[in-house]
Design a protein around this ligand. Structure first.
Ligand code: MTE
Length: 314
């Protein structure tokens, strides 16, 4: 994130591609979002039919939002465990094997335990949801995630009354994650949420994208998605979820506290020290579009921050 900005995109990063949505999703999108969005889901050519389909219920999308092509969702990533370039994760995470996978849920809970990935994937709990995705670097995407509400997992663990925050930790295994052999960030990557943010129904533990298991570069096999926050809150390849009473560390804040806060709510009124956050470049588009407060999820989440100074708590 310290390295490249949206302005640095090469043209190969931004070539738009048409998408295929199946009829059910097409109609769902039409019903929920109106004619403007449907126009964005125009019919496509035979080649595009090979692409995975963008399945899911749209959440908080604007009329001109359409899913970012698979090629960009899976080819333009931040995952420093596999390199600092946007195309590095797709290249260097190829050989990573995210199975078997154990997630420890512990800390201030009545029922701590080790979960196998399969425990997170009970078919009844899994949902497909299309969310906006805004990176602190001022680029954005629209991503069809598959996952389960984090609240489901937390409730099963039964947080105690002392639990106020949730801490997440990425796998630490420099043999399998070559970027961890460098000092580019303090390892392992850690993130945190306040408990009410973690329990919010929009907060997802994602296990897939475009109806498929998460590709390695997107954080296989399990990553966090908090759509009203900058993308760096979306910690990848999680092995531990710990309930705690104090605000946890978070990696980017630790690396550069002047530039990256704990809350990291998308806020067009609070600039990053080195660039404006008022606009964003949607991957695949040329012109910048205005950034929306809480990334367009204001109605759902603003009450979480009532009375807080969002310039101080950035
Ligand atoms: N998680 C880990 N473990 N390591 C990382 O480098 N990068 C973060 C976040 N999660 C990162 C991470 C950043 S800066 C962003 S913008 C998102 O992942 C990118 O998610 P995406 O590649 O699926 O778009």
């Amino acid at each position: 994130m310290l390295i490249r900005r949206a302005d640095d995109l090469r043209s190969s990063d931004t070539t738009p591609e048409s998408l295929y949505l199946n009829r059910r999703d097409f109609l769902a999108a039409a019903g929920l979002l109106g004619a403007g969005l449907v126009a964005g889901f125009a019919p496509r050519d035979a080649g595009a039919m090979q692409e995975p389909q963008a399945v899911g219920k749209p959440f908080g999308l604007q009329p001109d939002d359409k899913p970012t092509p698979w090629k960009d969702v899976t080819g333009y990533n931040n995952f420093y465990e596999f390199g600092t370039g946007k195309e590095d994760p797709a290249e260097y995470a190829k050989g990573f094997v995210p199975r078997p996978w154990t997630v420890q849920v512990d800390g201030l809970v009545a029922k701590s335990g080790q979960y196998q990935l399969e425990d997170f994937l009970k078919p009844s709990a899994v949902e497909d949801r299309i969310y906006r995705h805004r990176c602190v670097e001022a680029w954005s995407m629209v991503i069809p995630w598959r996952g389960i509400p984090l609240a489901d997992v937390l409730k099963r663990a039964q947080p105690s009354s002392q639990a106020k925050f949730v801490e997440f930790t990425t796998l630490y295994d420099p043999k399998r994650m070559p970027g961890q052999r460098s000092g580019v960030l303090p390892w392992p990557y850690v993130e945190g949420l306040r408990l009410d943010e973690a329990m919010h129904p929009l907060t997802l533990l994602a296990t897939g994208v475009y109806g498929r298991d998460l590709p390695n570069q997107n954080g296989a096999p399990l990553r966090l998605v908090v759509p009203w926050k900058y993308g760096f809150k979306g910690i990848k390849s999680i092995v531990r979820i710990r309930l705690v009473d104090k605000q946890p560390r978070n990696t980017w804040n630790e690396a550069n506290p002047q530039e990256y806060g704990f809350y990291s709510n998308v806020n067009p009124e609070v600039d990053h020290p080195r660039w404006s956050q008022a606009k964003e470049r949607r991957i695949g588009e040329f012109l910048r579009r205005p950034t929306l407060m809480f990334n367009g999820y204001k109605d759902q989440v603003a009450s979480l921050y009532a009375g807080m100074d969002l310039r101080k708590n950035f």
